[in-house]
Design a protein around this ligand. Structure first.
Ligand SMILES: *Cc1c(COP(=O)(O)O)cnc(C)c1O
Length: 384
């Protein structure tokens, strides 16, 4: 019986079609004969060779993410951080140097400090708000410059076209962490950036339940290097996660713009409160890099930070965060639930730009009036 069940002759009729692609799950795929097996080439995605190298489900998601970013080639990895690691591993070797903005996503810097350093790849930090700082940091060994817009937690929006121009003049490859822009706020490739990664974990998923990353290029040679390294590292994503992502993509733009509108309204409200010394939201006039945001972006994510007035202690800020009822205390962002994290700037940056605690809010899909009321009641706990 077992043999009969495994080698069952039934084949469903061909030609099934539905609005969404099927969930193809396979650790391996079958070839009609040895000649077909020998002829199959995983490099060009013209067929199927092995589960890790792609299925109709993952190929479809790759094509849609490439379109979202305005690129042509995409590979998928199990997290946003894995996408950052893949770019570094595909494009750098011992003796090379990479440059990171000083407000880079924290774990990206930790990877440079630990593994990349151990493999003989050095790194330097540059100030993304100062073109001269990038120009001075680029040396003969510099092979890759990471860009992030806006910066992590402190939300400075850099002059991306000018930073890219500095790199291009010197023939240095650029890679963008486009998680905040989500492929909707601006197109990295139109600004001349070579490689664009995104934590699909955030807006493309939007559910707070799936981890995934993407690396997209518009250049066939770069795409090939990244694709080959991806294959050799054994990176891939599960079919159920790919399906969840495919299901979320059609509502990506609606969710992004809803979070943007809510985020701007709450950021503007926070700017009226004396408890906050500054509101760091790139779409807010007066915020660091606002002019660059305005000239580069069509939209903003639902993400902003506040600098709490230094008259309040760290313990008081913790009480404020604990008093919030609708904001979950958690890292990550872009899910349906609003989230909050307090950051001690002195532990985060070599040169902290602000005194006092910075609190980062990710605005979810709750009603804005409810979130405002929650912030208001929690602010009473801050003063108390
Ligand atoms: C979350 C995030 C990442 C990492 O994504 P994971 O899927 O959580 O590994 C990378 N960059 C930025 C800017 C992020 O916000």
């Amino acid at each position: 019986m077992t043999t009969k069940l495994i080698h069952h002759p039934y084949r469903p009729p061909a030609g099934f079609d539905a609005p969404q692609v099927g969930v193809y799950k396979a650790s391996t795929v079958l070839f009609p004969d040895v000649a077909a097996m020998r002829a199959r080439d995983w490099r060009h995605r013209s067929g199927y060779t092995y589960g890790l190298h792609g299925t109709p489900t993952t190929f479809t998601l790759e094509e849609r993410i490439a379109t979202l970013e305005g690129g042509t080639h995409c590979v998928l990895v199990p997290s946003g951080l894995a996408a950052i690691a893949l770019v570094n591993m595909a494009l750098l070797k011992a003796g090379d140097e990479l440059l990171l903005p000083d407000n880079v996503y924290g774990p990206s810097r930790e990877l440079a400090r630990r593994e990349l350093a151990a493999w003989g790849i050095t790194h330097k930090l540059y100030d993304p708000m100062d073109l001269a700082s990038l120009a001075a940091a680029i040396g003969p060994a510099t092979k890759l410059v990471w860009l992030e817009a806006p910066g992590s937690v402190t939300m400075e929006f850099p002059d991306l076209p000018a930073l890219v121009a500095v790199c291009r003049e010197r023939g240095v490859t650029t890679a963008l962490d486009n998680t905040w822009g989500a492929g909707l706020a601006f197109c990295g490739f139109d600004l001349g950036i070579d490689v664009v990664m995104q934590a699909l974990t955030k807006y493309p998923s939007g559910g707070g339940d799936v981890l995934m990353g993407s690396v997209v290029t518009r250049d066939a040679e770069l795409a090939d290097r990244i694709h080959m390294t991806h294959g050799r590292l054994g990176q891939g994503v599960g079919a159920n996660d790919a399906e969840a992502m495919l299901r979320s993509l059609p509502s990506l733009s609606l969710r992004y713009h809803a979070a943007d509108a809510a985020g701007r309204e709450l950021a503007a409200w926070c700017a009226t409160r004396s408890e906050f010394r500054r509101v760091l939201h790139p779409a807010l006039p007066g915020a660091p890099g606002h002019e660059h945001w305005k000239s580069t972006c069509r939209a903003a994510a639902g993400l902003f930070s506040v600098v709490v007035d230094p008259r309040f202690s760290g313990a008081q800020v913790d009480r404020f965060v604990d008093a919030l009822q609708l904001f979950g205390i958690g890292f990550s962002w872009a899910g349906p639930m609003s989230l909050v994290v307090p950051y001690d700037m002195k532990q985060m940056r070599a040169k902290p730009a602000y005194d006092g605690t910075v609190v980062r809010f990710s605005i979810g899909l709750e009603e804005v009036a409810d979130l405002k009321a929650d912030l208001e009641q929690a602010l009473a706990a801050l003063a108390g």
